[in-house]
Write a protein that binds this ligand. Structure first.
Ligand code: SF4
Length: 365
């Protein structure tokens, strides 16, 4: 396979959850052992059919809640994934619900080479946890994180902010609590009220945009003051703990996506698998495919790359698209106005504009 079409990342979707959160619009179902077993059979069949023995550097099992699978089902999944030819420096992440963090599952994950946990905690405030439909408290969180840290050092926590009625004081207390856990990575997301979610049906309104922006800045300042690198719009990591898998997406690189509703990027096509479980279980995996023209690929390269502190590599862009990045998109004014900055090797978005990045990135479409 040619170098530019090299695929070194795999995303796997497990669409099952033990409970359903009020804000969730992901593709998921309530956990049922019989359905899970059938699903895993088809998932492993899809992998066998499509995987071309590429050397895999990052493997990410997301959902849904993969950790809610029973130990028997997790064994079946992880054993089946042994078909993948993985590099010695593999980053292998599994998404977890904090309540699923048991000694038995930690040992199982370790046995199969998982070396990164992404834990969807979302908040440390009892009222917000209950509003989001999450059934745990800070005592449980601390106990479970301490248990996870006995087995794993590379851990991410997801945090949601800008929840209706959340105050600055609550956010600051969440950040203090997060820092006290000693976890090296955090992804922070402002609450989105998406159609077809419980919150949408209940007509919950988002908080005002000024408060949202203020909260974004508070998070940024607090985490940076505590040595976290703000390496992507929503992501912070201590040195050495940036997510290699997510960087694959932001660098516009190729990856396999397996499972219900998963997306992938192979050769000149981006594809999305069906969200219809009946279709998926009958082996009709793909729902839509999009041919990625050179200009679309250039746009993706800009829009994804400029989300990160690394930005776009000048030489690589020139090599791939035959033109200097600034010339290609006619964005000299962004450079003159210091909205885009440059080093000898890269162009990147001035982090001051990250919060308003959509307004800038639209110029690259
Ligand atoms: S947010 Fe995550 S855990 Fe909650 S229902 Fe959605 S997929 Fe499941």
């Amino acid at each position: 396979m040619e170098e530019e079409n090299k695929i070194s990342s795999v995303y796997i979707h497990i669409p099952f959850c033990s409970s359903i959160c009020s804000y969730c619009d992901f593709c998921k179902f309530y956990y049922q052992d019989i359905l899970v077993e059938k699903y895993l059979d088809i998932l492993l069949q899809e992998i066998q059919e499509k995987y071309c023995h590429d050397l895999i550097d990052t493997l990410y099992i997301g959902g849904g809640t993969p950790s809610c699978l029973s130990p028997t089902m997790l064994n079946k999944l992880l054993q089946g994934l042994k078909i993948l030819n993985v590099s010695p420096s593999l980053e292998f992440t599994i998404e977890c619900n904090v309540l699923d963090l048991t000694e038995e599952k930690m040992i199982l994950f370790q046995k199969y080479g998982v070396n990164r946990l992404s834990i969807g905690i979302q908040s440390f405030q009892p009222r917000i946890l209950s509003f989001l439909g999450r059934n745990y408290n800070t005592k449980i969180i601390r106990e479970k994180i301490n248990l996870a840290k006995r087995y794993f050092t590379n851990i991410n926590i997801d945090l949601i902010y800008a929840v209706p009625n959340e105050t600055i004081k609550m956010l600051e207390s969440d950040l203090e609590f997060f820092l006290s856990l000693g976890v090296p990575h955090i992804s922070t997301y402002s609450l989105m009220i998406e159609p077809n979610t419980k919150l949408f049906i209940q007509k919950v309104r988002p908080i005002n945009p000024e408060l949202d922006q203020k909260m974004y800045r508070i998070i940024e300042n607090k985490l940076k003051a505590n040595h976290y690198i703000h390496y992507e719009i929503s992501n912070y990591a201590l040195p050495g703990y940036c997510s290699k898998h997510n960087l694959t997406y932001w660098k516009n690189e190729h990856y396999y996506g397996f499972g219900l509703s998963a997306s992938g990027y192979i050769g000149n096509y981006r594809y999305t698998n069906t969200k219809n479980i009946k279709k998926y279980l009958s082996g009709n995996y793909i729902d839509e495919q999009e041919f990625i023209t050179s200009s679309l690929s250039a746009s993706n390269c800009a829009i994804l790359g400029l989300r990160t502190i690394y930005g776009v590599h000048k030489e690589n862009f020139l090599k791939q698209f035959g033109m200097d990045f600034i010339e290609y998109f006619a964005v000299q004014s962004l450079l003159d106005d210091h909205i885009l900055l440059e080093t000898d090797t890269n162009y990147y978005l001035n982090p001051k504009y990250w919060y308003l990045s959509n307004e800038v990135l639209i110029k690259f479409i």
